[in-house]
Design a protein around this ligand. Structure first.
Ligand code: HEM
Length: 223
């Protein structure tokens, strides 16, 4: 990472170049080397791993025998919007609502950020009945909520259609794969556009089928 940052000839339009050129509007100061490194690492880690995992889970769900209907419907949309074209524009993205819904449904079943820990500085009472002590940590489970029948009918089924009506809505209470509030994902829009672009390019050329029917159970760990 140090070598990339020190390189005087960062490619034009690259994230590194954009970060190097960025300046505080008042002081006109640029980011220090340490700040450049922090920002680049955040973008690389927060923006790469999350996206590749999302695409991995979406492809897995599409390849299951019981979800072939979804894959076929998705391919029809890709054919109608892109045909054999290699390039994809933002206008195409807006039209590919089913593909957007497929990504949202994958994030519901297998959210790539499954838990949000929060440090509670001052105690509070949640929903009038849960006493939260000061200096405690509470953990909100995106994954449990997304797979709970109180919020989703037939939560075990892969049904992208359930997101079609709400694609552009700001849903804060029952579905928040990109978080919410002050620490919400800054790359949400980029991630949505990139995931639709990559998935549609992939399905333009390939079909995804599981060779052996297996059930994957996500396993969380910290290293
Ligand atoms: C499908 C892909 C992605 C998912 C599911 C995702 C999800 C999230 C979530 C849930 C948070 C908030 C965590 C919390 O509240 O504790 C977050 C934060 C963040 N995300 Fe993403 N993200 C994705 C892609 C990206 C991309 C592409 C970028 C940047 C290029 C990015 C950059 C960040 C950064 C910098 C933060 C920290 C924001 C802060 O703390 O102020 N993410 N992301």
């Amino acid at each position: 990472m140090d070598l990339v940052i020190q390189n005087e000839n960062a490619p034009q339009g690259s994230i590194i170049e954009v970060l190097k050129l960025a300046a505080d509007p008042d002081s006109k100061e640029h980011l220090s080397s340490a700040e450049l490194k922090d920002e680049s690492l955040s973008i690389l880690l927060a923006g790469h791993e999350t996206l590749t995992n999302t695409l991995g889970w979406a492809t897995y769900l599409l390849s299951k025998p019981e979800n072939q209907r979804v894959q076929e419907k998705l391919v029809q949309e890709i054919d109608a919007v892109l045909g054999d074209r290699d390039d994809i524009t933002l206008e195409d993205f807006e039209k590919m609502t089913y593909c957007q819904a497929v990504i949202m449904e994958s994030l519901r079943i297998y959210p790539t950020v499954p838990l949000f820990p929060r440090f509670v500085e001052n105690g509070t009472v949640l929903a009038g009945k849960y006493d939260i002590l000061p200096q405690s940590i509470i953990v909100i489970s995106n994954m449990n909520m997304g797979n709970d029948a109180r919020y989703y009918e037939k939560p075990e089924e892969f049904l992208p259609e359930r997101h079609l009506e709400t694609l552009n809505m700001d849903r804060k209470r029952d579905f928040f794969p990109f978080g919410g509030g002050h620490r919400m994902c800054i790359g949400k829009r980029l991630a949505q556009v990139e995931s639709v672009m990559v998935l549609s390019k992939f399905l333009q050329k390939f079909q995804s089928r599981l060779q052996k029917v297996s059930s994957l159970i996500p396993n969380l760990s910290l290293h």
